[in-house]
Design a protein around this ligand. Structure first.
Ligand code: PMV
Length: 330
């Protein structure tokens, strides 16, 4: 056991396959290392439960944490029980630069960072499968029926294909992808969006299944195009997936507007990313210069924030940064 430890995770972007992944289809996710979450575990809880939480939304003993934080508190309890800690005396401080409710992996990254931090604090050798299982406890509170892609993606070191029950496979990239992420400025409600597709599935199984099957096809084509470095074809797959997500009812006016602006401004493809109905869109640019131009156009069109992410270059720097911070804090 140490006096202080840090767990870290980055954000994630679902390139293609969201929602279909809930129905056992493959999806492609990439680390979004421009933002991240950090959990700092320190000795000293001094409360009834022995645990104190310090974060943007709440500072105090665990037992007083508000309902929206029940996922993370459940995840901590489960982790402490797994580690056989009966009397914790700790404060967990959470810092995150990942905007919440935007489909960028905020809740998953926080859960992953907390579990990893607790493993380190109690000197438990990190086993990735256990970390994922415990972080998923928080995700179940947040989403109800999560596929598991988020917790895997926030800890991955490169692009992955994820499939429920099969786990993640690292994907090769033939040519750097320049992605622009644009925030609609509105919370996306993943739980409601997932439930709405479930209702559609029960009402009209044939049509819904067809859309999910098509998304699966586009995901496989996208994976092959990424490996070959055929950026235009990747863009085409993104556009086609967006059509099916719209047909499934998880896009909305604000998303459609940003998607149109991105395409009119030269994007090779654009779609929502994550649960939809608010949240963010992603747009694929031909190169760095186009990505900068796209980012400006999307901001002018009302995006509250934009980020540029380059996929294919080394994405290890977030891990390195967090490790360095850990070293300087202890
Ligand atoms: O958490 P979000 O909004 O990025 O959505 C995750 C992707 C979904 O396919 C919509 C849900 C899931 O559990 O896979």
């Amino acid at each position: 056991m140490s006096n202080l430890s840090v767990g870290a995770a980055h954000g994630k972007i679902i390139l293609i396959g969201e929602h279909a992944v809930v129905y056992n289809k493959p999806a492609i996710a990439i680390p979004f290392t421009e933002v991240g979450a950090k959990a700092i575990i320190q000795e000293g809880g001094n409360d009834e439960s022995g645990c104190r939480l310090n974060c943007k939304y709440f500072c105090g003993p665990f037992e007083n944490a508000p309902e929206p934080l029940s996922g993370i508190t459940a995840c901590v309890h489960e982790t402490l029980s797994y580690l056989q800690v009966e009397k914790p005396n700790i404060t967990i401080r959470i810092e995150s630069s990942i905007p919440s409710g935007r489909g960028l992996g905020s809740s998953a990254a926080i859960a992953y960072a907390v579990v990893k931090g607790l493993f380190r604090y109690y000197g438990h050798q990190a086993n990735e499968d256990e970390i994922l299982r415990l972080a998923q406890v928080a995700e179940i509170f947040a989403h109800g029926n999560p596929s598991g892609i988020d917790v895997v993606a926030v800890g991955s070191e490169g692009p992955i294909r994820f499939q429920k029950g099969k786990g993640a496979v690292p994907l090769p990239i033939g040519k750097t992808l320049h992605l622009v992420i644009a925030d609609t400025g509105r919370f996306g409600d993943t739980r409601t969006a997932v439930e709405s597709i479930r209702t559609l599935y029960e009402q009209d199984r044939l049509t819904t299944q067809r859309s999910l099957d098509l998304i699966e096809d586009f995901t496989y084509h996208c994976e092959q195009a990424m490996a070959k470095g055929d950026v235009k074809l990747v863009g085409c797959c993104l556009n086609l997936a967006q059509e099916e997500l719209s047909a499934l009812g998880v896009s909305d006016e604000g998303i459609d507007r940003l998607v149109d602006v991105a395409r009119d401004s030269g994007a090779l493809g654009a779609k929502l990313t994550g649960g939809g109905r608010g949240g963010c869109i992603l747009a694929l640019a031909a190169d760095e210069q186009d990505a900068l131009q796209l980012s400006i156009s999307l901001k002018e069109a009302g995006a509250t924030e934009t980020y540029i992410s380059r996929i294919g270059m080394s994405q290890h720097h977030y891990f390195e940064k967090a490790e360095n911070e850990r070293a300087s804090e202890s």
